[in-house]
Ligand binder design. Structure first.
Ligand code: HEM
Length: 390
């Protein structure tokens, strides 16, 4: 693959199935420079894992989204470097530890059971709106202490906020406005906490100090917005991908139905096999030579986690989904300083929600042969999963 050939992050073909394209990158151009888009893409496991660890060379301060949202860089965990990053992370991380999210067990089961009653009464349903995002929106708003919103509308805004538009090769106005709506909604909540503190994460951020200084309103709003976007969208997208894997591999699904204790293994293998968080951005802070090519300070570098996880040098028979694999070291949650803050929460919620689902609906079938995919330079998720109970 040459520099003038395009690995096009805005191509519907790549949204639908990036994996054959990743294979070409790994084999033919492991340090690939896109002459048109002016960025590098790293695709082999060893390179991506090393770059994720090496924040001094591969900085996040210009943002970690391929098309960064205006106003976000420098104000969130994913877009700061140490030492500020580490202090901000220390403030937030306790809230997302498994022991501190276990109180969500009953609420998740309640939302899941209500959704499953409705689904079973109909027989045919759409998994994304009627199950995965119904659960993640309700749980996330509750965890953040945010007023209950119409799950469909808040998810619509979040999906728009993480989406990019092929025709403008970046974000269009509607997508930017959706993020602004989210930021305004959170800003009002921060203002309310200033006069009426509550026992929740937003209050904790509003009252926190780093080196004797309060966080700015922009930092609180942007950090909270990341939690809302990841907690709703990354998490429901991940459940969608897991569901799809279990649909496509019925023999492995049936083993899970008989032995639900295998769910954590299925989750890890899905994080490796086709996670929702495919690619994140870094900016070179110093020169780095890789595979005979020179990455210069200021260059944009994309870490293709989704490709690294399919690298046969690291994972044998890497294009095969296998819940017995135990893929230690997968990069489904990234790596290094920016390793996903919500990983324990994400595993916990998915485990509870998907066990519940399989108990009630062990056999299901997609009712379409062609899926539409969210348009995004970072993430991968089906827009809808129309299913019928078999
Ligand atoms: C299964 C669902 C999820 C997946 C696949 C996922 C994936 C990732 C990945 C790959 C990164 C690394 C980004 C980078 O390298 O720049 C990341 C970072 C992050 N994730 Fe997640 N995530 C998920 C769920 C969540 C949830 C539920 C939350 C919180 C509500 C969350 C919050 C964050 C934050 C705050 C960061 C930045 C951490 C830092 O920079 O220190 N994620 N996530």
């Amino acid at each position: 693959m040459t520099d003038t050939e395009v690995f096009d992050l805005y191509s519907p073909a790549i949204d639908a199935d990036p994996f054959p394209h990743y294979t070409r990158l790994r084999e033919e151009a492991p340090a690939y420079w896109s002459e048109r888009d002016k960025h590098w893409i790293l695709s082999r496991y060893d390179d991506v894992a090393a770059a994720a660890q090496d924040w001094e060379t591969f900085s996040s301060t210009a943002g970690n989204l391929v098309d960064e949202i205006p106003g976000r860089a420098g104000a969130t965990l994913g877009s700061t470097d140490p030492p500020r990053h580490d202090r901000l992370r220390a403030l937030a991380q306790a809230a997302f530890l498994k022991k501190n999210v276990e109180y969500l067990l009953e609420p998740i089961q309640e939302v899941a059971d209500r959704a499953l009653e409705r689904i079973l009464a109909k027989g045919a349903f759409e998994f994304v709106t009627e199950y995965s995002s119904e659960i993640t929106v309700t749980i996330l708003l509750r965890m953040m202490g945010l007023p209950a919103q119409d799950p469909k509308e808040i998810r619509r805004k979040v999906v728009l906020s993480i989406s990019t538009d092929k025709s403008v090769r970046g974000r269009n106005q509607e997508q930017i406005d959706a993020f602004r709506w989210l930021a305004r909604f959170l800003d009002e909540e921060v203002t309310r906490r200033r006069t009426a503190p509550a026992d929740d994460l937003i209050t904790r951020l509003a009252e926190a100090e780093i080196d004797g200084e309060r966080l700015s309103d922009r930092e609180i709003v942007m950090t909270s917005a990341t939690f809302v976007m990841a907690g709703i969208e990354s998490l429901s997208s991940f459940m969608n991908m897991l569901l799809l894997n279990l649909h496509d591999h019925p023999e492995q699904r049936r083993r899970l139905v008989l032995d639900p204790a295998l769910m954590p293994q299925a989750i890890e293998e899905s994080l490796r096999f086709n996670t929702s968080a495919q690619r994140f951005k870094r900016t070179a802070a110093r020169e780095k030579v890789l595979h005979g090519r020179t990455i210069r300070p200021g260059d944009t570098v994309i870490l293709a986690y989704g490709s690294a996880n399919r690298d046969g040098r690291k994972f044998a028979d890497s294009d095969h989904y296998d819940i017995d694999r135990k893929p230690v070291g997968h990069l489904g949650f990234g790596g290094g300083k920016h390793f996903c803050l919500g990983s324990q929460m994400a595993r916990f919620v998915t485990d509870v929600a998907m066990r519940r689902f399989l108990v009630r609906i062990p056999e299901f079938r997609l009712t379409t042969g062609k899926l539409d995919w969210i348009s995004s330079s970072n993430f991968r998720s089906p827009v809808a999963l129309p299913l019928e109970v078999v």
